[in-house]
Design a protein around this ligand. Structure first.
Ligand code: GLY
Length: 370
């Protein structure tokens, strides 16, 4: 089974995303065929290397094993990749391939975008989270001096190969982290302005069992629906001047929670889910959405086993971290908020308003009748 999607950034700039359940031998052949005649540097997550190096059949001397974890998204690893590219003698005609989750993709992408001013880059995401989000859209980055993604480029991959067989070895936490981002797409679907309705909200509601058991056809469809939406957004606003900001639904709180806990307590998708609960309750309290939609969103999140944040952090501290976000200015914090069914919009709150909202909502969740 194979689905091909196109990301059309401009008349000259486009690339394909291939979603398949091919066995790894065939998968490897496809990548080899695609990169024929090119020298390759394969930047592969250590975890993926342990699990899949035998099945993937890449040559050992073309692999750079990348340590796992957000703390590894740093300039030292970026320079190590550069060093390896130089040692391998990669030229402008050659290619860097990222095989792993978001961290590997972001750093390898940044390396590809800066090595000799830019060489070909291929993404092979191995988690649901990286498949539906970071592998598509061209954001590359490293963290520096405690600032997430502060150094980076917009650099679109040449191709994205998604093989859903990788998802079979995700642990529950990683699987659910991916589902957090997937649910986000269901809440922004209409604002993405994709030409064909995807009915992702309904698909998530009705397809729950098959999604949870990673049934192949359902999994391919799920990734496809999310990426159709993401590709549509990126095509309209590659550099996040406007529309692309909607992809950050739930992320203002999520990034603050991840930073406060030094990226060691919550997975990204888990933090996004807390952000979704928070911003949905805020939207309801402020009358951006009605009770029935507020309830529907909560029911969907709960169906997938999610619950609002329980641990209490100081609202002032959360706001301090929110102010560091790239999308915030000194006196305004940006939130993407549900404003109608499957629609969202941008609002800006002062730090004081944001602090009040956190005190009011995060620590006093709204109960609704089951
Ligand atoms: N992860 C959000 C974006 O790609 O814009």
């Amino acid at each position: 089974m194979r689905q091909i999607l196109k990301v059309q950034i401009s008349d000259e700039k486009e690339y394909l995303i291939e979603i398949s359940d091919s066995d790894f031998v065939k998968f490897n052949q496809e990548i080899s065929e695609y990169t024929k005649g090119q020298k390759r540097l394969i930047v592969m997550s250590k975890k993926v290397y342990k699990l899949y190096s035998d099945s993937l059949l890449f040559k050992d001397d073309e692999i750079f094993i990348f340590p796992d974890g957000e703390k590894e998204k740093n300039y030292k690893n970026y320079l190590r990749i550069m060093q390896r590219a130089i040692e391998l003698g990669l030229t402008r005609k050659d290619v860097i391939i990222a095989v792993g989750g978001g961290v590997v993709g972001d750093v390898a992408g940044f390396a590809a975008s800066t090595y000799m001013r830019g060489i070909d880059f291929i993404q092979v995401p191995t988690t649901i989270l990286s498949a539906v989000d970071s592998s598509v859209g061209g954001k590359t980055a490293i963290d520096y001096a405690g600032n997430k993604n502060v150094i980076g480029t917009f650099y679109q991959p040449k191709k994205v190969f998604i093989n859903i067989n990788f998802f079979g070895t995700l642990d529950k936490k990683q699987f659910m982290s991916g589902m957090g981002e997937v649910i986000k797409y269901a809440l922004i679907e209409d604002s993405c302005k994709y030409r064909v309705p995807q009915f992702l909200f309904e698909f998530l509601t009705l397809g729950y069992e098959k999604i949870m058991e990673l049934e192949p056809l359902t999994t391919v469809r799920l990734i496809e629906y999310c990426l159709n939406l993401k590709a549509a957004v990126v095509a309209q606003d590659e550099k996040e001047c406007g529309l692309r900001k909607i992809l950050n639904l739930g992320h203002t709180l999520a990034h603050a929670l991840e930073s406060i806990t030094k990226y060691s307590k919550y997975t990204h998708g888990e933090a996004v889910v807390y952000g979704l609960f928070f911003i949905t309750a805020f939207a309801y309290k402020q009358e951006y959405i009605n009770y029935s939609y507020f309830r529907l969103i909560n029911e969907l999140l709960e169906k997938y086993g999610f619950a609002p944040l329980k641990q209490k952090f100081s609202p002032a501290e959360i706001v301090k971290y929110m102010q560091k976000d790239k999308k915030s200015t000194a006196d305004k914090i940006t939130f993407i908020i549900p404003c109608d069914k499957k629609q969202v919009k941008e609002i800006k709150l002062t730090p004081y308003e944001a602090e009040c909202a956190i005190k009011d909502i995060l620590w006093h969740p709204i109960q609704y009748k089951k």
